[in-house]
Structures are given as structure tokens and as C-alpha cells.
Design a protein around this ligand. Structure first.
Ligand SMILES: CC(C)(COP(=O)(O)OP(=O)(O)OC[C@H]1O[C@@H](n2cnc3c(N)ncnc32)[C@H](O)[C@@H]1OP(=O)(O)O)[C@@H](O)C(=O)NCCC(=O)NCCS
Length: 166
């Protein structure tokens, strides 16, 4: 999987997924709810299981390392099955501004279309690049969770966003 449109990762991509995900958590602690140290302590199998349980779309660079990702988590239970969560959106610094972010989000939304009526996400208030990216697909803010994250003693609010597909 090199360049081209985003592809869905499978359990065999766990090592590459782990490397990209840990870079995201380490470099941007205030934009992801998951914690770098906690996730870095997880075994490789845990990342493989996440790739089986979620739809994670990614694009690789010429050296095979992943340049960016976007995850889609479907709810399994009957009353929540019409919704999914977009999570883990990340583009490595050298690949930003190239259209990769929109390509990854677009791939996750294309997978959701037809079976999911509403996609939701949370984004840290003030993360303008991410908010612009989501608004470009029609996501709209429907709420604000104050003090959603506490990182190194500082609190951050989360904007709750939703996109109707159905
Ligand atoms: C958010 C992110 C995925 C965007 O990826 P990208 O490939 O750089 O996406 P784009 O270049 O298309 O930028 C998205 C939009 O934000 C705008 N933008 C980029 N940087 C910006 C900034 N610093 N301030 C305001 N807007 C910005 C772009 O112009 C674009 O808007 P447009 O479509 O109206 O032109 C990327 O910046 C990233 O990985 N950031 C760190 C992790 C993160 O915040 N993830 C989101 C978690 S919810």
C-alpha cells in the first residue's frame, strides 16, 4: 500500500498503524483522548485487534511508512447501530496541506454511507485545521463538552460534531 487512495488497514498492518498512532499521540497530546504512555504500553496484538474491530483507512509513503489515517467505529448494539464515530484523524506534518486529510476522511465517510445515518466526532476547541476539514464535509457542531481533556494540568474543551448521511 503506497501512495494512491487510502486503503483499509488489516491486522497485518498493526506495526505500521502502531507507529503512526503513537506518533500522533506523542506530538498532539491535546487533540486525542488516548494517552501516549498508556497506548505505548499495549502489545502489538492490541493494535491488530483494533484494526479488526474498526475500519481504519491510511495512505503510505514511498518507504512504506504510513503518512496519515482516519478511523471509523461502528456501534454494535441495536439502538446505536445507525451511528458511527470518526476517530484518530491524523496526517504527518510533511504530508499536510496536500489533500491527504480530506482523502482519509472521505474514505471513512464513503465506507459509512449506505449503512450509517449519522457520523459523530469530537475535536478539541481551537483545532481550526481539523474543524475546517470536518466542516468541509458538512459536519456541524452540536455541542461543547467543557473540560473534556486534562493534559499536563491544563483543561481543554471538546467540540461535538455530527454529519447526517441518511
Ligand atoms: C487536522 C489534519 C488531519 C488536517 O490534515 P491536512 O491534510 O493538513 O488537511 P488540509 O490541508 O486539507 O487542511 C484542512 C483545512 O484546514 C485549513 N487549515 C490548515 N491548517 C490550518 C490552521 N493552522 N489554521 C486554520 N486552518 C487551517 C486548510 O486550509 C483546510 O481548509 P480548506 O479546505 O477550507 O482550505 C492535520 O492538520 C493533522 O493531522 N493535525 C494534527 C492532528 C489533529 O489535529 N487531528 C484531528 C483530531 S480531531
Amino acid at each position: 500500500m503506497t501512495g494512491g487512495p487510502p486503503c483499509r488497514l488489516g491486522p497485518d498492518d498493526a506495526a505500521a498503524f502502531r507507529a503512526l498512532r503513537l506518533e500522533a499521540l506523542q506530538r498532539h497530546p491535546e487533540v486525542f483522548a488516548a494517552d501516549f504512555a498508556e497506548e505505548a504500553a499495549r502489545p502489538l496484538d492490541w493494535f491488530a485487534e483494533r484494526l479488526a474491530a474498526n475500519e481504519v483507512f491510511a495512505t503510505a509513503g514511498p518507504d512504506g511508512a504510513l503518512l496519515g489515517m482516519a478511523g471509523l467505529m461502528r456501534h454494535a448494539t441495536a439502538k446505536l447501530r445507525h451511528k458511527a464515530v470518526l476517530w484518530g484523524v491524523y496526517v504527518r506534518e510533511e504530508a499536510r496541506g496536500t489533500g491527504l486529510g480530506p482523502a482519509l476522511v472521505g474514505a471513512a465517510l464513503a465506507a459509512a454511507r449506505g449503512s450509517i445515518e449519522e457520523v459523530r466526532l469530537t475535536v478539541t476547541a481551537g483545532n481550526e485545521a481539523a474543524i475546517r476539514l470536518y466542516e468541509g464535509f458538512g459536519f456541524r457542531a452540536y455541542g461543547l463538552e467543557e473540560r473534556a481533556l486534562r493534559v499536563a494540568g491544563r483543561d481543554y474543551d471538546d467540540v461535538l460534531m455530527a454529519l447526517r448521511l441518511g
